[in-house]
Design a protein around this ligand. Structure first.
Ligand code: APR
Ligand code: PHB
Length: 395
């Protein structure tokens, strides 16, 4: 059986795996990325679009932010629509200058793939990791299938960046693993339409008919979402039915710009955390360890925050033989993960209409939203979470 060796074996070529590989390359540390899907599939995946300042700064610092800087849109605030009213939360003012950036996860993933391949660095597509062994030994192995052959990647460390459905998390022994989850009784029906967004910044809309969100993927690409039941048949919707419903939910005189639907999808909504993030030589990052409902736009940002710490931890190990940050990795990440899980859960339960929700529940949601827009303290609390919480330590 063919065996290859490296310092850090990375499972998964999503944002977490690709950024970690780039960080390691910038610090002279070898890595190999194993990605189960083919290149076209990974490059075509339509995902989230709002990036925290910390995420953008990290991409730029690691040399993968050039196209982002040229093609992204900076948002200084968000619109909250409720009770048929429109309210603006000036996030930049509320946080003393922090903003968010709209640039699709799909684009940044493609940018990192292009850079990895331009540098001639190992990124194996259609290379499915099947098993991980010897996690408590000096060297660990990733057993994978590639080009019809069974192969082994031998490495000092393994980064499990293989997402919620990957294999890494399953290799943490049940006797030390705890998982926490909540599945929401609704989903997001998302579309991409060839039409300029009617509002230049993101709109979060609460309505008795259900939640709606207006975002974008460029000046002529609208990214729109409607809350729907988990089992919704999204293919029975015509474009006009979607746009009509969207206008009703956003209200306050808003009129969506209509255009051809070039993508539609149904996204389930779930909160999930697996503790700890480390077992022996295995370190989990991103969706492999946690997922959030999309409402707060935190999924990729949380993945990048994990990787920023893991990349620095590997750097200190290889450069200074200092394993302190590796040993504290799980504890440091979890402290931030749980705060972001809370924010994402709160954004979701405050804006979405749950089945059998009472009139009192709805009044509580509206009172919360009113508090955000009427109170500087309330607005600031939302804004500091939205732009991204600071780390307790500087990395
Ligand atoms: N072997 C190799 N690759 C695998 C395996 C496996 N056994 N299992 C999964 N993968 C790959 C997937 O095909 C995917 O490309 O791992 C990658 C994981 O990427 P993501 O799911 O994007 O996870 P992550 O990098 O943590 O980024 C999180 O992506 O899913 C969104 O909403 C999520 O925005 C968040 C972000
Ligand atoms: C998106 O652009 O896909 C998006 C924006 C804001 C959110 C969630 C998703 O809160």
């Amino acid at each position: 059986m063919k065996k290859i060796k490296t310092q850090v074996g990375i499972i998964g070529a999503g944002p977490a795996g690709l950024l970690l590989a780039q960080m390691l390359y910038n610090r002279g540390i070898e890595s190999v990325i194993l990605e189960s899907r083919d290149r076209a599939y990974v490059r075509a995946r339509l995902r989230a679009g709002v990036q925290e300042q910390n995420t953008v700064d990290t991409f730029i610092k690691e040399g993968v932010g050039e196209k982002l800087q040229k093609n992204s849109m900076v948002h200084k605030g968000i619109y909250l629509h409720f009770n048929n009213e429109k309210h603006y939360l000036n996030v930049e003012e509320l946080t003393g200058g922090k903003v968010v950036t709209v640039y699709g996860q799909q684009q940044v993933t493609c940018d990192m793939i292009d850079i990895r391949e331009a540098n001639g660095l190992p990124l194996l597509f259609e290379a499915k990791a099947n098993k991980i062994t010897d996690l408590r030994e000096k060297n660990s192995q990733i057993h994978f299938t590639h080009e019809g052959e069974k192969k082994v990647l031998e490495c000092d460390f393994i980064a499990g960046c293989d997402g919620f459905h990957g294999i890494s998390r399953k290799h943490i022994p049940k006797k030390i693993q705890q998982t926490f989850q909540r599945t929401f009784p609704y989903a997001w029906f998302g579309i991409l339409a060839e039409a300029p967004p009617a509002c230049h910044e993101v709109i979060y809309a609460h309505s008795d008919r259900g939640f709606a969100l207006q975002s974008m993927r460029g000046p002529n690409l609208s990214r729109l979402y409607l809350q729907v039941p988990n089992n919704e048949d999204i293919n029975q919707w015509t474009a006009d039915a979607f746009f009509d419903e969207f206008d009703k939910r956003v209200g306050a005189g808003y009129q969506v710009n209509r255009g051809e639907l070039i993508n539609r999808g149904l996204a389930p909504m779930k909160s999930f955390v697996s503790e700890p993030l480390r077992y022996g030589n295995l370190f989990l990052s991103g969706d492999a360890a946690h997922i959030v409902p999309p409402t707060g736009a935190k999924g990729m940002n949380l993945a990048i925050a994990d990787v920023k710490i893991l990349g620095e931890a590997f750097n200190r190990y290889y450069k200074d033989q200092d394993d302190d940050l590796l040993n504290r990795y799980s504890e440091i990440c979890l402290r931030r993960i749980w705060k972001v899980e809370r924010f994402s859960w709160w954004c979701t339960t405050t804006t979405h209409i749950a089945p059998r929700q009472t009139k009192f529940d709805t009044k509580m949601q509206l009172a919360t939203l009113s508090y955000l827009v009427d109170s500087k303290v309330g607005g600031h609390s939302f804004a500091e979470n939205y732009v991204g919480l600071s780390f307790r330590e500087q990395f």
